[in-house]
Ligand binder design. Structure first.
Ligand SMILES: [Zn+2]
Length: 265
């Protein structure tokens, strides 16, 4: 029995190849072919390069049309990423530099590690109002970033533990597990659990914000325990527990852009 050729082979249009590069109107796009995919899609990578995701057998012309029709989206994303890049401050980890924790300023004190007395001392500690950073760690940007992010993670985890229960009770929700980690450009996320009450993840950088904004992020994620997504029903639920939630969201958007995300200069 004769079989119909599939659409792609009818025309002599060239097909995209995996890991190839496509140029459209001066834009360069990396090409990824996915067997499961039916539609085309675009992602902006962390280094701001563009990746075009296409189904198998996708022709060049179809891809070009798609990229051209997405020009507005690409430009908007590029602007957003540029704004983020410009606003998030960098740190140099010099003595006396201001670092924030729960909205308060703490000066950095770079200290030499005390003589080894068998007890390892944490690379970052908050002692008597100064954030003490080990000088050996401060000299290594990779270690220093990790040590500070870890410190925010540990301090934030301890702080949030006592904070979650009152919010969960107020919203009449079960209390999920909380984890603090690097979430990229998101402040928080909620993942439902199959056997437990799910997990709220919070970005370590959140704990630089004033307490009322950390509370907002917690309440925001807690509301997702009941309603995924941000439809009106979601905002009604959050608004019952936190009537000023819209104002807080605006404040978080504003202030959040000036939070240190771990970049060192
Ligand atoms: Zn949300």
């Amino acid at each position: 029995m004769p079989t119909l050729p599939d659409a792609a082979s009818v025309s002599d249009e060239p097909l995209l190849t995996e890991d190839g590069v496509l140029f459209v109107d001066g834009r360069e796009l990396g090409v990824r072919i996915s067997l499961r995919r039916r539609r085309l899609g675009l992602t902006v990578e962390r280094d701001r390069s563009l990746t075009l995701h296409v189904p198998k057998g996708c022709g060049v012309r179809r891809a070009e049309d798609f990229v051209r029709s997405s020009a507005g989206w690409i430009d908007a994303k590029a602007r957003l990423s540029e704004e983020r890049r410009q606003l998030h401050p960098t740190r140099s980890l010099r003595d006396g530099e201001i670092h924030r924790y729960l909205g308060r300023d703490y000066r950095l004190l770079v200290v030499d590690a005390p003589p080894d007395e068998g007890q390892p001392v944490a690379a970052v500690r908050l002692v008597a109002g100064r954030l003490r950073l080990d000088s050996g760690v401060a000299a290594d940007p990779v270690l220093a970033r990790r040590a500070l992010a870890d410190w925010y993670g540990r301090a934030g985890q301890r702080w949030i533990q006592g904070r979650l229960q009152p919010w969960a009770a107020r919203m009449d929700l079960p209390e999920p597990t909380v984890r603090v980690r690097d979430l990229g450009h998101r402040w928080g996320s909620y993942r439902a659990g199959s056997t437990d009450d799910g997990t709220i993840s919070l970005h370590w950088a959140v704990f630089q914000l004033p307490m009322h904004l950390v509370d907002y992020v917690v309440a925001h994620e807690l509301a997702h325990v009941r309603v995924p997504g941000h439809a009106p029903e979601y905002w009604r639920l959050l608004g019952r527990a936190l009537p000023e939630c819209r104002r807080l969201k605006t404040e978080l958007d504003e202030l959040g852009r000036r939070v240190w995300m771990g970049d060192l200069d």
